[in-house]
Design a protein around this ligand. Structure first.
Ligand code: ZN
Length: 376
């Protein structure tokens, strides 16, 4: 983040002690201009071990980069903002960018940092706008570029593991004192996704009901309570085990951060803060339907070119045509049909299907349609 330009090329010179030096693409050094680093980009870094004692006891906004170095030498960097309210209250964390190409939540989280004032807040608000910064800066979809892991499927508590294991462990260390947590997701560039909020329904009744309350302010058509442990991502389970009510929000598709999707995330955060009495005002209660069903995913066993015939949020009947896989020339390799009457949560809109690329067994590059079986 130290170098910025006009979107083309930024050239750093040695004169960095008093600010960052910029040059735009094609410019000669004669046209280089000096701009003082803005205070908000101060990049105060704090090692994870020092984080707890680094926060100020004064109400207000603080921003820092939490760091940790993996045994491989690769560095973990997680930006964390904390707003300490002038009134006492619980702690809520809002985080996004676990999957680095899911941008609507990232932009909404940024808006939250500037939108919530300490004078209006009861309690503490932690905002982590981008969790997977390494993947974000490499424009890497879904998987962590260092070890090719899907971080949503990793549980915290294994800092001695791979880079992603340490990343998720570090994240947990940052958020573990929260009472509530909202994790914003969307569809990656390859995924056309409908907006919905899954809610983990494990642990004490009170915890489940708080998690549902967090979801009630999001203007999405469906809220999906999940009861089965295997259907709940390990990070969410770890949060519940630590007594933290939590949800993950899916809103936005194809890696395009629209104003509407960003607003859905943001308005949902505000409603959750109001629901938990951390902000004044009546929380929005948009009309939502409860979804019940079992997740399944239609995958391809062979590589090819995918031609989907459904859209996200479609309800497909048992046996309904979902699309076909062709070879490079357009010759049909296989046709796919829905196993049951199902809701299309998302489908892969990207035609490139690579059945050989299965890092850590994850069916990411051979997925075609993700369904919620409605017959249960
Ligand atoms: Zn995601």
């Amino acid at each position: 983040m130290a170098t910025r330009g006009c979107g083309v090329v930024a050239v750093r010179t040695d004169a960095l002690a008093h600010g960052t030096t910029y040059a735009c693409g094609g410019a000669s050094l004669a046209t280089v201009v000096k701009i003082k680093e803005p205070a908000r980009m101060g990049l105060r870094t704090v090692d994870i071990e020092q984080l707890a004692r680094s926060w100020s006891s004064e109400p207000g906004l603080e921003e820092l980069i939490v760091t940790r170095t993996h045994s491989s030498g690769e560095k973990i960097e997680i930006p964390v903002a904390r707003i300490l309210g002038t009134q006492p209250g619980p702690q809520m964390t809002v985080m996004s960018g676990m999957h680095a190409g899911e941008y609507s939540g990232i932009l909404a989280a940024q808006k939250l940092i500037t939108g919530v004032k300490a004078e209006e807040l009861s309690g503490t608000l932690i905002v982590i706008p981008v969790i997977s910064t390494r993947a974000f800066m490499e424009r890497n979809m879904q998987l962590n570029p260092v070890d090719q892991k899907e971080v949503h499927f990793i549980r915290p508590g294994i800092p001695e593991g791979t880079y992603s294991d340490m990343l998720i462990d570090t994240l947990f260390e940052v958020v573990k004192d929260s009472d509530y947590l909202i994790d914003s997701h969307a569809g990656e560039m390859a995924q056309s996704l409908m907006a919905w909020v899954p809610v983990p329904m494990r642990g004490a009744n009170e915890l489940s009901s708080q998690s549902l309350d967090l979801a009630r302010g999001f203007a999405v058509e469906y809220v999906e309570p999940r009861y089965d442990l295997p259907s709940i991502p390990p990070f969410s389970v770890a949060l519940l085990n630590a007594g933290i009510a939590n949800i993950w929000v899916e809103c936005g598709k194809n890696g395009v951060p629209t104003e509407q999707d960003t607003a859905t995330h943001f308005d949902g955060y505000i409603a959750a803060l109001q629901t938990m009495k951390m902000l004044a005002g009546d929380a929005a209660r948009p009309r939502q339907k409860l979804l019940k069903g079992t997740r399944s995913q239609v995958n391809s066993k062979q590589s090819g070119v995918w031609h989907p015939a459904v859209k996200e949020a479609d309800i497909v009947e048992a046996g309904q045509y979902l699309g076909q896989l062709t070879d490079y020339f357009g010759n049909t390799l296989e046709e796919f049909h829905s196993p049951t009457r199902s809701l299309v949560l998302y489908y892969w809109s990207n035609p490139a299907i690579n059945a050989e690329r299965r890092p850590h067994g994850y069916d990411w590059h051979n997925g075609l349609v993700s369904l919620l079986d409605l017959e249960d």
